[in-house]
Write a protein that binds this ligand. Structure first.
Ligand code: AMP
Length: 319
């Protein structure tokens, strides 16, 4: 039988172990168990083939938090495709750094650039950003990457769906050659392998399948209903569910809007979320959902990656 691994077996320092304990993580997920010792060792670049939900953020965050010290210049940069993900990653790093005095700055388009410039001037250790804003700040010479030790590309395949390869390469070109690169991606299409060949040196590939971190207490049910009755059945289930806190996944943006609006008409606290909703609005909706001012989030599949909520009562696949 394989030996069960605990965070204390991975080589992390005591102060980080305390922070992990406070956060409530009991055991490392598979990607964490495999990546953390490798990244702490720091001898190779690493490609982690892992999806959202595998615990990949902590897999790269914990080693960099442990390795870097507060300094004059930026020590690590994490690039992520969307501002929601940037905010989530920055929050995860902040919640795992414990007592260590590291300064983390999320930077993304649409947010106050003057504030970000001021913060960078004061000194930042870890930057988490979307490529567009990162380039903007690099061009203004406010962001300097010449001393970074770690370059992390999170959701690299998604990033290349949203941003141009040239933008990511441009940022890589600003960084020193002797940094370590950690690239996380759910899939490894040819354009990712192109980046890997060009920018990674001696690297190790670590792949894990998606393992739901909290799946012990999930019950699955399905209802067979005539199409025309689907919405009524949905409402009936809502009515018999005390303390409901739901995500409903739909297939199209139009259906997402329709279900959310029909639910609102029946006085349920529901809102829709998908790519066509402006970023600022998406953030507001997510914030309202997190505080339970909105109890039902109706989302397209792609929106799943923005959602990081732990105590849902139901996840409904409407189609
Ligand atoms: P990620 O794949 O990084 O988006 O993480 C998915 C979710 O798993 C987040 O809500 C994390 O806070 C949570 N998580 C990460 N690592 C662990 C762990 N070792 N134990 C329990 N939850 C975790």
């Amino acid at each position: 039988m394989e030996k069960e691994l605990y965070f204390k077996d991975l080589g992390l320092s005591e102060s980080i172990l305390t922070a992990i304990g406070k956060k409530g993580y009991e055991k490392p997920s598979p990607i964490q168990a495999l990546c953390i010792p490798r990244l702490l060792e720091g001898t190779k670049d690493v490609i982690g083939q892992a999806q959202t939900g595998t615990g990949k953020t902590a897999a790269f965050s914990l080693p960099i938090i442990d390795k870097i010290e507060c300094s004059k210049n930026v020590q690590a940069i994490v690039l992520a495709p969307t501002r929601e993900l940037v905010i989530q990653v920055a929050e995860e790093i902040n919640s795992l750094k414990g007592k260590k005095k590291l300064r983390v700055l999320p930077i993304y388009g649409g947010s106050n650039i003057v504030h970000q410039m001021k913060k960078l001037k004061e000194g930042i250790d870890i930057v988490v950003g979307t490529p567009g804003r990162v380039i903007d700040l690099l061009n203004r010479k406010n962001l300097v990457l010449s001393d970074i030790q770690y370059f992390i590309l999170d959701e690299a395949d998604e990033m290349l769906n949203v941003w141009f390869k040239e933008e990511i390469e441009e940022i890589l070109e600003y960084s020193p050659v002797n940094k370590k690169v950690f690239l996380f991606s759910a899939t490894m299409p040819p354009f990712i392998m192109g980046l890997v060949k060009k920018y990674l040196k001696d690297y190790e590939l670590i792949a894990v399948k998606k393992e739901n971190l909290t799946n012990d207490n999930i019950t699955q049910q399905f209802y067979e209903v005539p199409r025309g009755h689907k919405f009524d059945v949905l409402c009936r289930i809502l009515d018999i569910s005390p303390d409901f806190y739901w995500i409903i996944f739909c297939r199209t943006k139009a259906e997402t809007d329709e279900v959310a609006s029909k639910l609102s008409q029946r006085s349920y606290l529901a809102e829709a979320i998908h790519w066509d909703i402006e970023q600022a609005m998406r953030e507001k909706v997510l914030a309202r959902f997190k505080t339970k001012a909105v109890k039902i989030l109706v989302a397209t599949d792609v929106a799943a990656r923005w959602i990081d909520v732990n105590d849902l009562s139901h996840v409904v696949n409407f189609e």
